[in-house]
Design a protein around this ligand. Sequence first.
Ligand SMILES: *Cc1c(COP(=O)(O)O)cnc(C)c1O
Length: 401
Amino acid sequence: MHPVSTELQMHLECISQEQLEPCFVYDLDALRQHLDKLMAQDVVKLWYAVKANPLSRIIRTLAEAGFQFDVASSGELHQVLAQQINPEQVLNTGPAKSKRQIDEFIALGVRTFVAESLNQVRWLNQAAQAHKVQLKLLLRVQLRWPKGEKNPLGGDTLTPFGLDPQQWHGLYLADYPALTCIGVHIFQWGNMLSADKLLHLWQQMLPPLQVLSEQLGFAMQVLDLGGGLGVPYDDESEPLAWQDVLTALAQIKRESGVQELWMELGRYAVAECGYYLNPVVEQKENYGEQQLIVSGGINHLLRPAVAGQAFPCALLRTSTAPTRAFNIHGPLCTALDSLGTHMLPEDINEQDWLVFTQTGAYGFTESMPFFLCHPMAAEYVIADGNLHLLRESAAPSSYLR
Ligand SMILES: *Cc1c(COP(=O)(O)O)cnc(C)c1O
């Protein structure tokens, strides 16, 4: 676990004394410092992938730091606009853009779209003509490598994101006068912790993308490389250094000749600012192994169950007792409700709280809060050194009918 400042530790302890239920805490002061570091460059234009954490105060902190916003649903768009973000600063990605959603986005002022299918291109053009506006368009490409060649992605799983180049080759852009195709979008890797690997991946994407832009007859002004910058979820992994990412991106910018590189960051932008505080219910020994049963599980943090990767975990209190491995289980009556195996002091007990880190991304809204009728997690922010409760822990009676 990364070291926690004394001020933050004080806030977390204070919450553990007031609260009975698990909750999330987001350190917006630390977030702002991190974002300022990401923005201090002119290599890549940064968007925030709202799905990582759509909390109002997180969105506002990103806006204040100068990020623009990548949204993938009507709900995300409304949440961003409710924070006074200009719709011109919104980019729309996502495989499910119905005609109705496209119409709504244009009516609300969004002008930049990533097309993921031929229908999306057609529908975007129709809607733009109906609204008498011109849209900026990027084509999302899904690449594969011929069998036998080393696949840089380590697999060729079909996803609904974008289209293979052959499908795009059937597009005749002159048929869509309300769309200005400014570039391509490609993103098919996740949680990468090596700048060298990223550079290698990106370099192999360039030739097929350049062929596509030549064949379709548009200049590749923008290359959008999506997200995928990783954060460490275990003690062995080293964080990805931003300077190394920038060096790799600068090389890609030179080699591709594009005017602008774009990325939409989720995890790398916000994971580290989030903490999930979780009371211990009890410790027990079972077949020679130590188990900790805790109040909140995958109802609040689903990611370990779907990604097979636990969030880092530590004891909130300082203990000098020797550590041992504990299997941590949430309260849901399914074996899926595991938050991983962690080394923790052996004197841990039912008075204690655990703190899970890197939970600023893919936490609260990625989860399944209704199963087994437990309370929804509270959400706190720390801003200018002060703690604010944004969302109370909600009793099941508030959402059950
Ligand atoms: C989820 C997503 C991202 C962010 O991914 P991270 O790996 O969290 O940075 C970026 N772009 C698109 C299109 C996405 O769907």
